[in-house]
Design a protein around this ligand. Structure first.
Ligand SMILES: *Cc1c(COP(=O)(O)O)cnc(C)c1O
Length: 389
């Protein structure tokens, strides 16, 4: 099926993830060989006669520039073999959601990524699938929506943009009891913060665009799974639907992944410090961050995550106008959608008609980067004060 895989003998489960992101997916160590994988720019491969399984044939089916990233992410997530790269996070989610059959049932977090919700509704209409929106905070509600006979439970934790934390082990168990597959969008936590497959989930997807690539310069996605058969299905879906990653993007994503542990360590420390200060700020009404001891998701996050992530929800006093004023006034923070880059970004949510009505219109989503926390604080504090002048 796939060609020769890069590896450097680092399939050691005991390696710390911070080491693994640096060491995984290297070319074979032979005298005179490069330490980085070359970018292969080709659409096709020399081939005569009946194709031999494992030989590269055509670059939509397989491209060796994908392999190091796929191998590294598969290892980080504890998957059955390499992850699968896709053209975008949404392409990866489309592949994962394709497990829902016509007239099936899809149970999905009401505060999922808004485009994932849009896709769920599109599938619902096209295939007469029953789409049930649930509050993943509420384990009993999700359990009730699943039984009997749901086909897929789709969870984000922490949720985008509300930062609710689901009880993943409980939801996985409830999903499996109902006969459903369980898919988790692990974009917010990253595999360094949370490994849903190890908590029993069947499928994990990433918007690689965000923290994994980490530099706001590519759009990519990935799927990882514990089950070889499911991996085959995802691979077949990718080949049939054709939403593949370009080799340059794959190379950039691997380059970004090398520093993931370092970036996350710094950004998480910044996020906790900013959340703590914002919670005491006179111009702030509410802060959501699972790392705050008083946050509703704190205990769950402590139990199932390593670290609390880099995304904050902030509602300034003064409502929508104040939130827009903050976005318009910040100088260092970049007002932009997307998240997970080295640069700190923020945006007011509910700017889009497709967003859930349960997302407050004055919610600012902050993606904390790796800058000096004092510079980030000075800029944010000034913008919050200016919004109330
Ligand atoms: C951005 C994002 C996606 C979509 O990923 P793309 O790479 O933009 O297609 C999916 N889920 C979450 C949680 C995201 O933040």
């Amino acid at each position: 099926m796939e060609g020769e895989r890069y590896s450097s003998g680092v399939h050691d489960e005991n390696l710390d993830p911070a080491t693994y992101v640096v060491a995984a997916g290297r070319p074979p160590r032979t005298q005179g060989s490069p330490v980085n994988v070359p970018v292969t720019l080709t659409s096709t491969y020399v081939s005569t006669g009946v194709p031999v399984p494992g030989e590269p044939l055509y670059a939509r089916i397989d491209n060796e520039t994908w392999h190091p990233f796929e191998e590294a992410l598969g290892g980080l997530e504890g998957a059955a073999g390499p992850a699968l790269l896709f053209a975008s996070g949404m392409a990866a989610i489309a592949a994962a959601m394709s497990v829902v059959p016509a007239r099936g049932r899809l149970v999905i977090a009401r505060h999922s990524y808004q485009v994932a919700l849009g896709l769920a509704h599109e599938i619902g209409e096209r295939l007469e699938v029953e789409v049930v929106l649930v509050d993943v905070d509420d384990t009993a509600q999700v359990t009730e929506a699943l039984a009997p006979g749901a086909d897929l439970l789709w969870v984000e934790s922490p949720t985008n943009p509300m930062l609710e934390v689901a009880d993943l082990p409980a939801l996985v168990a409830a999903g499996h009891r109902a006969g459903a597959l369980v898919g988790v969008d692990n974009t917010f936590a990253t595999p360094l913060g949370q490994r849903p497959l190890r908590l029993g989930a069947d499928l994990v997807v990433h918007s690689v665009t965000k923290a994994l690539a980490g530099h706001s310069d590519v759009v990519l996605g990935a799927v990882a799974t514990r089950e070889p058969e499911l991996r085959e299905r995802m691979h077949a879906y990718r080949t049939l639907h054709g939403a593949i990653a370009g080799p340059l993007e794959a190379w950039l994503a691997l380059r970004g992944l090398r520093t993931l542990a370092l970036r996350i360590e710094r950004a998480q420390a910044n996020a906790l410090e900013l959340a703590t200060r914002l919670a005491a700020h006179p111009d702030v009404a509410e802060v959501r961050f699972p790392g705050l001891p008083g946050d509703p998701g704190h205990e769950r996050a402590k139990a199932q995550m390593d670290g609390f992530g880099t995304i904050l929800g902030v509602r300034p006093r003064g409502g929508l106008e104040a939130a827009d004023a903050v976005s318009a006034t910040v100088g260092l923070w970049v007002p932009a959608t997307s998240l997970g880059g080295v640069e700190s970004t923020l945006e007011r949510r509910r700017r889009f008609a497709t967003e859930s009505r349960t997302v407050p219109t004055d919610l600012l989503r902050l993606s904390v980067g790796i800058e000096s926390v004092e510079d980030l604080w000075a800029d944010l504090d000034a913008a919050l004060r200016a919004a109330h002048r």
